[in-house]
Design a protein around this ligand. Structure first.
Ligand SMILES: [Fe+2]
Ligand SMILES: [Fe+2]
Length: 262
């Protein structure tokens, strides 16, 4: 089976830049058995997910596509609005796989945004105040159940714990085959490069203990445009982010590298 796990398409930015991120690899996308979009499909999802899915539908049947959100998929929207995201995806036949398991033959893929615990480096208190001052997430995302106030880092820590609980439980379940994990945020600081200095805790948590305990074969992650592959114990950590148009000269080459067979 041919699979493509791809995050950070930022489809709307590529449209604005008048560039087609799948140009030249249409046949390979059409030949995929599955495309998993691991977050950051677009900003403003209530409007733009529809356009992104319409574009994708010209390349492959959307029944072969799954998605879970990244931080950008909540921009001009609310953190607790995932029912709506699921409705939009389902209307196109796209699988919505937040805290869900995909199975391809003898391979399972555990999917979740993951978020972050903000613990890396200087510690949570300093990281949270630094991130809320610097990151657009805290200006563009709201929390509907709290009177539509602006997102706070503590909201993301709660979401992280909730999703980590699910992931830990799923990893502990017996599975006769190989286990992959796919998240938007990174599970280990070794994925980051120098451009993430001072803001690392917003991009990654250190989940070494969980990884070493359960030893999934591969952990795919995004969010860190330009992040790197690494490993923890026997687990390969694989960055599957694309990125913004001004970061990627040849998106087809990048995407082609991320297609793999099981
Ligand atoms: Fe991104
Ligand atoms: Fe992201």
């Amino acid at each position: 089976m041919k699979l493509l796990f791809l995050s950070d398409l930022h489809d709307d930015f590529w449209v604005d830049a008048d560039r087609d991120l799948f140009e030249g690899i249409e046949d390979q996308i059409g030949g995929l058995d599955h495309l998993l979009i691991a977050g950051d499909l677009t900003n403003k999802p209530k409007v733009r997910w529809k356009y992104a899915f319409e574009r994708l539908s010209k390349l492959l049947p959307l029944e072969r596509v799954s998605v879970f959100p990244g931080n950008h998929d909540f921009y001009d929207f609310c953190l607790d609005g995932e029912d709506r995201l699921e409705q939009i995806a389902s209307a196109f036949g796209v699988g919505y796989v937040q805290k869900k398991q995909l199975v391809f033959g003898s391979t399972r893929v555990l999917c979740a945004t993951l978020w972050t615990d903000f613990e890396l480096g200087a510690g949570r208190t300093i990281n949270e105040s630094h991130a809320s001052a610097r990151m657009n997430d805290f200006r563009h995302i709201r929390v509907a159940s709290k009177g539509y106030r602006k997102l706070r880092p503590s909201d993301l820590v709660l979401a992280h714990r909730n999703q980590l609980d699910w992931l830990s439980g799923a990893l502990a379940e017996d599975f006769d085959g190989q286990t992959f994990v796919a998240t938007h945020h990174a599970p280990h600081p070794s994925a980051l490069d120098s451009q993430h200095d001072n803001i690392a805790a917003a991009y990654a948590s250190d989940l070494s203990e969980l990884i070493l305990k359960h030893r999934p074969e591969r952990w795919f992650f995004g969010h860190c445009h330009g992040g790197k592959n690494s490993s923890v114990g026997d687990t390969q950590l694989i960055n599957v982010s694309l990125g913004y148009p001004d970061e990627i000269a040849d998106p087809a080459a990048r995407i082609r590298d991320l297609i793999f067979e099981i």
